[in-house]
Structure formats: C-alpha cells, structure tokens
Design a protein. Structure first.
Length: 178
C-alpha cells in the first residue's frame, strides 16, 4: 500500500511522490571492542550507545517529471530536517538525504524501462524515532501518559494547580523499564 512521507513540513504528495516500502530496522549498537594481549577474543566495552541509521524509502511518482521539477524536489530534500511517515503518524526522525542517485527518471529509463518512475531515497537518521511532547490534563484518579518511544528518554512531569484550592497527597508512579 502506498503511503506519503512528510519532509521538512512538505508532504511528498505535493510532488506526486509516494512510498511503497521501507526498511528501517533498529539501529546498530556502537561497537567498542579491544584486543587485549594474552587474552582470547576481544573485550567488549558495552556502552549501550547506538549508531545512526539509514532509512530507505522505496518510492514512485505518478507523473513523469521534467528537469526543473527534479531540481525543485532536490532542493526540498537537500536540507536536514524532520521526516515523518504517514504509517507512523506519532513518530518522526531527524534526517538528511544520504543517497538519491536513482532519482533521475532518465537514468531509470535507461537502466530498466520497467522501473521507470521508481526510485529509492536513503536518509541518514539519528538512531531513534522521536515523538512530540505529550500534554495531559489530570482531574482526579489515574492518568496514563502512554510513552511510545523506541528508547529510554528523560521524562519531565509538571503538575500545575489551576484552582485556588490546595492539593494534597499527590502520587506519581513510573512503571516500565528506564
């Protein structure tokens, strides 16, 4: 099923571009291994840190593009920014275009007429997906914040008393892995 991606606030459908597939597995852990004399194997300095990821979008456009359209699309994709996929509306990536070498339709036609209008966009992204700030109103009782991130993250909870009455016995409980 085709989906739209939004890059730097501009949806890909504005240029007639749609994605039909993607691959973005979890980022790789940063390797830090050292060989130590008189010891078999290597020593792993586990840091828990991750490397950036490459996010590949397999795309097509509905209509053939002229050279000036390609230049406008290239300008749109040339800056680092926020990448959001419609299939993950609650998450976004900080990305910059890494490779769009097969964006040119003339290249595609020469390479394989069956693939004309199809291309891959490879984005170099920070390791994890981000989510926008969550704001919840709490009247009384239990309120679930519902964190849906892909990595542990600092949490800031601000409680504001919007009434003239004093509040007592506030309890904040954090559940899950941090």
């Amino acid at each position: 099923m085709a989906f739209v991606f939004t890059y730097n606030g501009i949806p890909s459908r504005q240029y007639g571009i749609y994605a039909v597939g993607h691959d973005f597995f979890n980022p790789q852990k940063r390797q830090s291994r050292k060989k130590i004399d008189f010891r078999h194997g290597t020593y792993d300095f586990e840091s828990g840190m991750y490397d950036n990821r490459i996010l590949n979008l397999h795309c097509f456009w509905k209509d053939p593009k002229a050279r000036h359209d390609l230049r406008e699309i290239t300008l749109w994709l040339s800056r680092k920014g926020r990448l959001q996929l419609d299939i993950e509306p609650d998450k976004h990536y900080i990305a910059s275009l890494y490779d769009a070498s097969d964006l040119d339709p003339y290249y595609n036609r020469a390479a394989n007429i069956a693939n004309a209008g199809t291309f891959n966009l490879s984005f170099f992204c920070e390791p994890f997906a981000y989510s926008d700030q969550t704001v919840r109103s709490v009247e009384t009782g239990y309120t679930d914040i519902g964190y849906k991130g892909t990595a542990s993250t600092p949490t800031l909870i601000i409680l504001r008393n919007m009434t003239s009455q004093s509040i007592r016995n506030i309890e904040v409980t954090a559940l899950g892995l941090f």
